[in-house]
Design a protein around this ligand. Structure first.
Ligand SMILES: C[S@@+](CC[C@H](N)C(=O)[O-])C[C@H]1O[C@@H](n2cnc3c(N)ncnc32)[C@H](O)[C@@H]1O
Length: 261
């Protein structure tokens, strides 16, 4: 459960009978919330109003304490659509990081799909397992979190989609290129433009890819309150570039003359 205050802050709370939530604005007995519906507004003993809601997946991604940098919700949405992650798809991902993209992909492919995610660091993999349990309640059998080095051949074949969020995604193209089936999508998330350039150059050098596209998603929140109708003062300016390409049935590169999308 999250408690939202009027200043836009969110406080995570795990409800326990007899427990007390404390903040600078006062205390709330957990029992005031237990058994009450989501969307309830409660008051601290000092009169501060708080709204109780279960967190959305996007809130869980940005609020989680983590060591790896997750893919942000604005980018997750775009990846789901542009990489066309849908029910029944078979997906390979590297690296797992916080598990944010793995979970988003799993939600998209549903029970008939498969998400297999590789991570080089055991501690990160363990943290991702915890994140999956926190969000989904358990680790589903078709969400496989594996220890592995994505710069080595992972032996993956005939996958519908390959998702890369690695410091040097071009180094994974040896296996990733042959892991994605003809018509399938390969995707890379790169924080820096130099990484994007190197990844796109590598796709062209290796060949067998078409419709190579890179986008950046800018999400600008607005204030819509009374007479105040304007962009918010702050926004998440830059997260990463999203590069997508389709696997061809044969060698070479197929590119359009103008940008796609
Ligand atoms: C930016 S994070 C990925 C974040 C992830 N997409 C998410 O949504 O949370 C990059 C991850 O790649 C992992 N990594 C780096 N090199 C790797 C390799 N050779 N093989 C597998 N994982 C690797 C890092 O340990 C890190 O967890």
């Amino acid at each position: 459960m999250f408690l939202h205050d009027r200043g836009g802050r969110r406080y995570p709370i795990r409800l326990v009978a007899g427990g007390t939530f404390s903040m600078h604005g006062g205390n709330i007995p957990h029992d005031d919330l237990i058994g009450r519906p989501e969307g309830t507004v409660v008051e601290t003993h000092l009169g501060r109003k708080l709204l109780a809601l279960r967190p959305t997946f996007a809130e869980q991604v940005v609020e989680r304490r983590r060591r790896a940098q997750p893919i942000y919700p604005k980018d997750l949405g775009a990846i789901l659509v542009h990489a066309d992650l849908g029910p029944g798809a078979s997906i390979v991902e590297a690296g797992t990081g916080t598990g944010a993209l793995a979970i988003a992909a799993w939600r998209a492919v549903g029970p008939s799909g498969l998400v297999r995610s590789y991570e080089i660091r055991e501690d990160f993999l363990e943290a991702a397992r915890h994140a999956v349990v926190e969000v989904l309640g358990a680790i589903p059998p078709n969400l496989e979190l594996r220890l592995g080095d994505a710069y080595q051949d992972l032996g993956e074949r005939e996958r519908d989609r390959v998702l890369l969020d690695l410091p040097e995604p071009w180094r994974a193209l040896g296996w990733a290129g042959s892991a994605v089936r003809p018509g399938g999508v390969i995707f890379a998330h790169c924080p820096n433009a130099t990484q994007v350039q190197r990844f796109c150059d590598a796709l062209r050098e290796i060949g067998g890819f078409g419709l190579i596209e890179t986008v950046e998603v800018l999400e600008r929140p607005w204030t819509v309150r009374g007479r105040s109708l304007r962009p918010a003062h702050r926004m998440v300016a830059h997260t990463g570039f999203l590069t997508f390409a389709r696997r061809l049935a044969g060698p070479g590169v197929f590119e359009t003359e103008d940008e796609g999308f």
